[in-house]
Design a protein around this ligand. Structure first.
Ligand SMILES: CC(=O)SCCNC(=O)CCNC(=O)[C@H](O)C(C)(C)COP(=O)(O)OP(=O)(O)OC[C@H]1O[C@@H](n2cnc3c(N)ncnc32)[C@H](O)[C@@H]1OP(=O)(O)O
Ligand SMILES: O=C([O-])CC(=O)C(=O)O
Length: 445
């Protein structure tokens, strides 16, 4: 039993469909009878008793992993009911206010805040690995003019693995460190090039004299909008967004990184899987979807009608709801405040009014209250990105870049974990059983 506070009765081992399994919570002494379905017990039915040992001989059926802990981790702590998020024990509010993205990346990867020397070495390493091989650049130039930047990023990160074949040796600590540095360093370069590609503009090389976020902005906007690399308030706003997006325990993309990483593949391939998962509109792609939704709604007057559509199941309120946060997402609160700082420089994004009205109506509406749906990290971030003149297609790239440090921290934890096994879930088979094959010539006669 891995959960020290709860055990289950094993008296029903070997039970089959239609029967029930009795599980006992040792903390409360309470016993539950849970139904057995096709040789499995629904994890949701097990309540607080969640380990596979609770149902000996049976699979635990848990679509979407609502009640399944896939790993032990010391990277990020979330209390979804209280709206608490901590990286390595440090509250997100303090990190967003007082730290820098590179310091947070160091913290996530190494587990502790850096000393001055450690930070200087780390920042130097990251800064001097921002350049990307010219053949990757040529590869990126081959994409269609309207290629989605997330698709370009995904493919380019996958391609990087071929430039560093030594990255397949994941048992060597120095080698692992080198790939972690390379990935964190090169993501902004690849992201900026994907953006320039869509704009039909020449790619801009990294400037090693600039900090992480400032360098990224320079590669994006140099020649067209130099003010974005100059205004410190905007650089800081981007830095804060990077900190807020750096990690979020076992979200879908991190789970993808861990799942692929569990095969002991190189970290570029594992992170590529994470980028693919993040691209989806129910995950990181929601920030792009929110902006498109706000534009489609068009005015504050149309908000009630839109909300009705959501309640009738015709629409989904993008940027709302979360698997873990059932009270509020602390990142959304910080981002909403950051909007004010950014809009002071750029002018207010007119879509803000629609977003605020959506939140106001939703938070008073029984549908959302009952389901405990609140704005998540993606609800307000797009408004800042748009004020910084990013097109919506870039929003998820702006998520993927900082999430790379979190993915890699979790990957590192995974490959160093002696309990780690290849991720290979069971299934509940619902198809045909053995039947005789009839050759095509006979079937089509
Ligand atoms: C960085 C991130 O990934 S943050 C999340 C970004 N994603 C989004 O913003 C997309 C919109 N939100 C959603 O789709 C969901 O809330 C998710 C994917 C984030 C979480 O999904 P789950 O934990 O599986 O919740 P689930 O889909 O079971 O929702 C529970 C109930 O709330 C409803 N619901 C959940 N989110 C929403 C929403 N945004 N709008 C309308 N209804 C919603 C569901 O329809 C369901 O209702 P029901 O019980 O009547 O069937
Ligand atoms: O944790 C989740 O499910 C999604 C999320 O908020 C994130 O990845 O930042």
């Amino acid at each position: 039993m891995t959960d020290s506070t709860a055990t289950a009765s094993t008296q029903n081992a070997g039970a089959t469909s239609g029967e029930t399994l009795t599980v006992r919570d040792n903390r409360t002494g309470q016993e539950y009878d849970v139904p057995i379905l096709d040789g499995a017990v629904k994890a949701a039915d097990l309540g607080k008793i969640r380990t596979a040992e609770d149902a000996p001989g049976l699979a635990v059926y848990d679509p979407g992993f609502v009640n399944t802990a896939s790993c032990r981790s010391s990277v990020t702590f979330i209390d979804g009911d209280k709206g608490i998020l901590e990286y390595r024990g440090y509250p997100i509010e303090q990190l967003a206010e007082k730290s820098s993205y590179l310091e947070v990346a160091y913290l996530l990867i190494h587990g502790e805040l850096p000393t001055k020397d450690q930070y200087d070495t780390w920042a130097h390493e990251i800064t001097y690995h921002t350049f990307v091989h010219e053949n990757v650049r040529n590869f990126m130039e081959g994409f269609r003019y309207d290629a989605h930047p997330m698709g370009m990023l995904l493919a380019s990160v996958g391609a990087l693995s071929t430039f560093y074949p030594e990255s397949r040796n994941i048992s060597d600590a120095d080698n692992r460190h080198m790939q972690i540095v390379r990935l964190i360093a090169k993501m902004p370069t690849l992201g900026a090039w994907a953006f320039r590609h869509a704009q039909g503009k020449p790619y801009v090389y990294p400037d090693n004299d600039l900090g992480y976020a400032a360098n990224f902005l320079a590669m994006l906007f140099k020649m067209s909008e130099p003010k974005f690399s100059a205004d410190e308030r905007l650089v800081r706003a981007l830095e804060v967004l990077f900190i807020l997006h750096a990690d979020h325990e076992q979200n879908a993309s991190t789970n993808a990184v861990r799942s692929v990483g569990s095969t002991q593949v190189d970290p570029y391939s594992a992170v590529t899987a994470g980028i693919g998962a993040l691209y989806g509109p129910l995950h990181g792609g929601a920030n792009e979807a929110v902006l498109r939704m706000l534009r489609r709604i068009g005015s504050v007057e149309k908000v009630p009608e839109f909300i009705e559509g959501v309640k009738n199941g015709k629409e989904r309120l993008m940027g709302f709801g979360h698997r873990v946060y059932k009270n509020h997402d602390p990142r959304a609160t910080i981002i909403k405040k950051a909007c004010d700082d950014v809009f002071e420089v750029t002018g207010v994004n007119p879509l803000l009014k629609i977003a605020v009205e959506l939140e106001k109506i939703a938070l008073e509406d029984e549908y959302f209250v009952k389901r405990r749906l609140y704005p998540n990290v993606d609800f307000y971030s797009g408004l800042i990105y748009e004020a910084l003149q990013f097109p919506p297609e870039m929003f998820t790239v702006l998520f993927a870049i900082p999430r790379t440090s979190g993915w890699l921290a979790q990957w590192l934890e995974l490959v160093q974990d002696p309990e780690q096994k290849i991720a290979r879930p069971k299934q509940i088979y619902t198809g045909h059983r053995t039947r005789d094959f009839v050759p095509a010539a006979e079937r089509w006669r």
